[in-house]
Design a protein around this ligand. Sequence first.
Ligand SMILES: Cc1ncc(COP(=O)(O)O)c(C=O)c1O
Length: 343
Amino acid sequence: MIDLPTFIRPNIKRLTAYSSARDEFKGEATIFLDANENPFPGIYNRYPDPHQKKLKNKIASIKNIHPDQLFIGNGSDEAIDLLLRIFCIPSVDEVIIPQPTYGMYEVCAQINDIKVKSVGLASDFDIPAEEILSLVSPATKIIFLCSPNNPTGNTLGADKVDMILKNFNGLVVIDEAYIDFASTPSWANQLAGFNNLIVLQTLSKAWGLASLRIGLCLAHPEIISVLNKIKAPYNISSVAQQLALQALDQTDRKEKQVQTILAQRSYLTEELVQLPLTLAVYPSEANFLFVKMVHAKKVYQHLISKGIIVRDRSHLILSADCLRITVGTAEENQRLIYELKKL
Ligand SMILES: Cc1ncc(COP(=O)(O)O)c(C=O)c1O
């Protein structure tokens, strides 16, 4: 357990949050002349619920947490940015990011003028926990971990993550955007034991709602209340809230799609390993494969010429000649393999 209040930037602690029209009135009313909206009836003329109460209750019940432990952001990218702004003083504080990983942690840190200490993942793409801890200084406020990791696809060793949670006097963000495709349990189950644990999840992947921009941050209520205090008042549109609520009722559909994607991940793996071009298909716990290929850049260009886009990750550390390939539909995956076989 860490002394949370000491980690919150003084200006954020002092801040009186903006109070929206819909914050100040609680009760029943039929005439709304408080928010300078257009009074003529329409579907979109009213501001959305700034607290996303219905959606929050629904997601909290699905995730088996209390709504006080949940923040909803305009994508998890919003949560990444807000966390940096809550805990890191620009040009003073720093964060640690094991690489290669999702690029937004570093970009957001740079936007906020937060120094980034990078450390390479081990050769099996797990985190070097002891090395990470040895890099910690009094200015280190956040360690960003991603499990399953983008782009390598592996989950991080539970013993390593546990070691960091227990020994780092600061915040540990574990980004679980791909957790629904993994065989390991979510770190959200451990929230009661660690007040420095922040879990990010999203409705953009397994739930198939990337365009709605619904990111989740699961953490201690003290952290969630600060996120709520500094977010833009109406950060999730009414349309996104409504459509997400409807989609979350379709658990069976989501589960079926996840199972299909997992089966297709196996199919793609089996096909890819047989290609003479393939040097390695790394084990994946996500909805994509990290694949090392002979002349990856040429393969990438060839696929583009056939109308198939994958992600070239070959410029990243430990990723020479590696492509990240999202698992598509059966037809899409067959087309991909067909084009690769012709090469
Ligand atoms: C690890 C990781 N975190 C977060 C995101 C972004 O999620 P969202 O759509 O919720 O902003 C992605 C998207 O690719 C990702 O790979």
